[in-house]
Design a protein around this ligand. Structure first.
Ligand code: URP
Length: 384
């Protein structure tokens, strides 16, 4: 399994395929070619100085007579945890805040309207350890915690919608923890929050030790730049989760994640891309980067030796359009900002072309599913 020494699928294809073959391979693997965005020189310089990757692409829609293009720029941020996991909690939080602040400055230079960070972005992904302290100390109020207040300042300063996925402590309801994305409007006000609906029970993703399945359904947030939803990490394996955000009108669904190569790298390019096609919307898949080492050993319940690291978070964040075309991924190894311009008109154009919302037969599935979840359900199997 490749670690940091392997840059990315995109780099590999570029390096080894003759141009004519590369074009055909990309046509099939990536769909219609995306235009490269001209990003301001000072943004590129700042990214270089700040040691993070900056890439920009644009998806285009057909011109319409009765609607203007609905252009919106989204920013996806992937990053390593900058400090060692045994540094004091407050120091880890303030250091990652500073790192993200610098990246958001560059996003602002690139005209980003909506920015989304990775899952549990202000902490190491410590759920593998099953230890409570100090990791639960990273949990904060979604409404007025330190990280939300930090994001509100960024949102207001840059006129940007900020999606901030955190470990939430709900002080008003028994101090319980959730895996939550806080959505902050470009005015700086907290627009609302949404919670991770599906909790992984796979490998070292021992997240059920920390929080429960989300109880807020599938909210969609009306922002000045479009209707957005957040399908947190493991929810991307659940097609109905994507579907419900889409049924509630999402034009862009963000998928802030934390996942490792040994487990999911072959799924990664498929799932969010497929969701964009199936739901006539844009999807934005974001993964963290690098390897995190923890102070104490833990086992994976697989008979193998105890260890102190989670595995390799492979980055590779990307955006897919409703016509199935996608951007190249960011690096597997470096912090990065992916700026992508979307024309939201493409959602309805693809819906009119493919008509999945019209041909979906939701009433049939609703009826059959309502039966299938009953304890006395008999699967409909036709036997000789
Ligand atoms: N963070 C998280 O839910 N990870 C689970 C593993 C995966 O979905 O690839």
């Amino acid at each position: 399994m490749a670690g940091a020494e392997w840059e990315s699928l995109d780099e590999c294809l570029k390096k080894y395929l003759p141009l004519a073959d590369l074009k055909e391979v990309k046509r099939i693997l990536y769909g219609k070619e995306t235009r490269t965005l001209d990003l301001p020189r000072r943004a590129l310089e700042a990214a270089c100085q700040g040691d993070f990757e900056l890439q920009g692409y644009a998806f285009e829609a057909a011109e319409e007579q009765r609607r203007c293009p609905q252009l919106v720029r989204v920013g996806l941020v992937q990053n390593k945890t900058p400090l060692s996991t045994n540094a004091p909690v407050a120091e880890q939080v303030s250091t990652v805040h500073r790192r993200i602040e610098a990246i958001v400055e560059v996003a602002a230079m690139c005209g980003v309207n909506i920015i989304c960070f990775q899952e549990a972005w202000n902490m190491p992904f410590a759920f593998c350890t099953r230890e409570k302290l100090p990791w639960t100390e990273f949990a904060e109020s979604a409404e007025d915690g330190l990280t939300t207040r930090f994001c509100q300042k960024l949102a207001k300063k840059h006129g940007m919608v900020v999606i901030s996925p955190i470990l939430e402590r709900d002080h008003d309801h028994g101090d319980v923890l959730w895996n939550t994305a806080v959505v902050i409007s470009n005015s700086g006000a907290v627009l609302g929050k949404t919670r991770k609906n599906h909790i992984p029970r796979v490998g070292d993703f021992n997240e059920s030790t920390y929080y429960m399945e989300g109880n807020l359904g599938h909210p969609v947030f009306q922002t000045q730049f479009g209707r957005i939803a957040v399908n947190i990490c493991y929810g991307r394996h659940h097609p109905l989760n994507w579907l419900m955000y889409s049924i509630n009108g999402a034009e862009i669904i963000f998928n802030p994640s934390a996942t490792i190569g040994a487990l999911s790298e072959s799924f990664w390019p498929i799932e969010a891309r497929n969701a964009a096609i199936a739901n006539h919307c844009f999807t934005c898949a974001i993964n963290r980067v690098g390897q995190e080492h923890f102070p104490n050993e833990f086992t994976s319940g697989d008979g193998k030796k105890a260890h102190q690291d989670f595995g390799y978070f492979y980055g590779s964040s990307y955006v897919t359009a409703p016509d199935g075309s996608r951007t190249p991924g960011l690096s597997r190894n470096r912090d990065g900002l992916l700026v992508t311009e979307l024309d939201l008109n493409l959602c309805r154009q693809m819906s009119d072309l493919w008509t999945f919302k019209m041909t979906g037969r939701y009433e049939m599935y609703a009826r059959e599913l309502a039966e299938a979840v009953k304890p006395d359900y008999n699967p409909h199997i036709v036997k000789e």
